[in-house]
Design a protein around this ligand. Sequence first.
Ligand code: BG6
Ligand code: MG
Length: 214
Amino acid sequence: MKFQAIIFDLDGVICFTDEYHYRAWKAMADEMGIPFDRTINNRLRGVSRMASLDIILEQYHGPALSDEKKAALAQQKNDLYRESLREMSTADLSQEVRETLDGLREMGLKLAIGSSSKNTPFILGQIGLKDFFDAVSDGNNITRSKPDPEVFLKAAAMLGIAPEHCLVVEDAVSGAEAGHAGGMKVACLGDAAQHQAGDWNMESIRELLSIVKA
Ligand code: BG6
Ligand code: MG
């Protein structure tokens, strides 16, 4: 087998919370009169909450915002985002993702999460994967978000597996860069796959089952 472990990004890979991130930022940006669209949103993938806000504020040309005001804007976005998360349930874990995870586990691979999100534990609970993964590295245990490799290197360390034996699965260009910076191979979906950012660029997460076998 090519790999000993797979490290999954969460938002946009395991579940479609990337859409909820977009809607919550969009509501905040609209209220502030800041132009924000899906193209800008793609730059927020994999990036921490405060770094995402800074990207959105590139289009803001009003009076200077204090750090307190910026923190309040990020909080406002997160409160709205969590309203969507509260509606999630095990029905938000697609059959395709579930079967792929089970198939990989049957092949003896270790499975981990490597996400920039501080909401990771809550989301995993909502979709019924609270105790599923062998390691969870997320926005709560890192100081640098993607494209820095910290979150993936910590996941590999938690698993006790060398980075070169890990495969990262990502929908973010910044996440693919983070995996490569950590010395890992990367399989991409969605926006990152469209940018050909991975060693494999997939249309469906099921393709992982053949990628790891080959
Ligand atoms: C990443 C998302 O998974 O988590 C980013 O791709 C998001 O868009 C980041 O900004 C931080 O998320 P949270 O839940 O901590 O605000
Ligand atoms: Mg993602």
